[in-house]
Ligand binder design. Structure first.
Ligand SMILES: Nc1ncnc2c1ncn2[C@@H]1O[C@H](COP(=O)(O)OP(=O)(O)OP(=O)(O)O)[C@@H](O)[C@H]1O
Length: 398
């Protein structure tokens, strides 16, 4: 008798995966044996650490093992024998764990250690999005980007020197180069007074402010925009500002605040920021917030829950990485490397955009502002100064 076994394509790939996993499991046991990580049982048979999971990640073509040591096994031996795992699985591996539980990840390729900001390539990478945010390249050398209209608010965290200001520079420069000023307006808060000066005279940029008092004013203006946009969507019975009639369309607003922890004591600021992240998406108002020392109180649950994308550059410890929702960010060792959390978690190398290169790329978008406004032809006539932006906000001191 002949049996014909009909297996679907999905079934075949499932079987292949299972066979691959079984092979992978045997490979790890061999590595345990070479590393001397086993005990002998009563029958003189070797007993190895327990392998709980063998996972193939198709996104970055990695293989991840989770295993625990048997009681009595010395964790120092695992660290000492890392070279044995390298001999078995190649150089591109990561071994993380402590007392008992370990995660061993094996990658097919090493990640690039520096990624130049290539303007043309990056513009192409984000062009498929309505409001494209460039992140960097993943382990397989693919650009990673996303649409801020769908994933609206970003948290960037990292200790000093980890690369978050460079990332902000690259995100903002890319936005400016890919959207017209009629489509995008930027409101920048520079609490450290160090990063955003290069954007001050860019046409899209409505203001660059650094004191809490000024930033509060800026946010009152944003709050007014939120209210107006909310009314408009109600009047025209649409669920998103993008669906308003052409005459009523509003540009996207991106509020970007570097080191926003410095504003934590200003309740009004925190309240409006909370509102932006809670309701901004459908109103076309988005936030990018950066912080050096993640703090659970500042990132209260409402703000954190609505920051849909987290980029965790090198952080001090696991606790900070947990606050930012980027596990593993405490172990990063390369400048410009970060853990991204947006639905899934993965490691990315950010483009390296120096201040000088950013200035050169922004040059075509620079306009005269302030006192020289009147003598500048056409674009400046519609260009707002910071005074214009806040004319409608009551300043108690006036
Ligand atoms: N994407 C990158 N690729 C390679 N090197 C980078 C990258 N980003 C930053 N660096 C290196 O790290 C240094 C510090 O970067 P950056 O100023 O962005 O850090 P930071 O986290 O903003 O620090 P601070 O909080 O002190 O401003 C840079 O001068 C550069 O040498």
């Amino acid at each position: 008798m002949v049996f014909i076994l009909a297996i679907s394509e999905g079934g075949v790939s499932m079987i292949r995966k299972l066979l691959y996993k079984a092979k992978a499991r045997r490979a790890l046991i061999q590595a345990f044996r070479s590393a001397g990580l086993f005990f002998k049982n009563a029958k003189d048979r070797p007993v190895y650490p327990i392998i709980h999971d063998v996972h193939i990640n198709e996104d970055d073509e990695s293989l991840r093992y989770v295993f625990t040591l048997l009681n009595g096994m010395d964790p120092k031996e695992v660290a000492k024998k890392k070279y044995v795992f390298r001999q078995h699985f190649g150089r591109h591996l990561e071994l993380k764990g402590d007392l008992k539980r370990y995660v061993l990840t094996i990658y097919s390729e090493a990640m690039t250690e520096e990624l130049a900001y290539v303007a043309q390539e990056i513009a192409e990478a984000v062009q498929k999005h309505g409001l494209g945010i460039i992140c960097g390249k993943d382990r397989l050398g693919r650009y990673v980007s996303f649409d801020m209209r769908k994933q609206p608010h970003i948290l960037i965290a990292g200790e000093t020197g980890s690369g978050k200001s460079t990332q902000l520079r690259s995100i903002l420069t890319t936005l400016i180069r890919t959207k017209k000023p009629s489509e995008l307006q930027l409101y920048l808060g520079d609490c450290k007074k160090s990063e955003f000066h290069i954007f001050r005279n860019v046409e899209h940029v409505q203001c660059v402010l650094s004191s809490a008092k000024d930033i509060a004013k800026m946010l009152r203006h944003i709050k007014k925009e939120l209210d107006e946009r909310s009314n408009l969507t109600e009047v025209f019975e649409v669920s998103h500002v993008d669906d308003l009639p052409a005459a009523q369309r509003r540009p996207y607003l991106v509020v970007c605040i570097d080191e926003f922890v410095m504003l934590r004591k200003n309740e009004e600021i925190m309240e409006i920021l909370t509102e932006v992240v809670a309701i901004g998406r459908t109103l076309g108002v988005f936030a990018v917030l950066s912080m050096q020392r993640p703090n659970a109180q500042v990132l209260d649950t409402t703000i954190r829950a609505n920051l849909t994308v987290s980029m965790g550059f090198k952080l001090r410890d696991k606790m900070e990485a947990r606050i930012v929702n980027t596990p593993g960010a405490e172990a990063l060792e390369v400048s410009g490397r970060f853990i991204m959390n947006s639905n899934k978690i993965y490691e990315i190398q950010a483009p390296y955009l120096t201040i000088d290169k950013a200035k050169a790329l922004l040059d075509p978008y620079i306009v005269s502002k302030g006192p020289v406004k009147e003598v500048t032809p056409e674009p400046a006539a519609t260009k707002l100064t910071e005074e214009d932006v806040f004319f409608d906000v009551i300043d108690e001191k006036r």
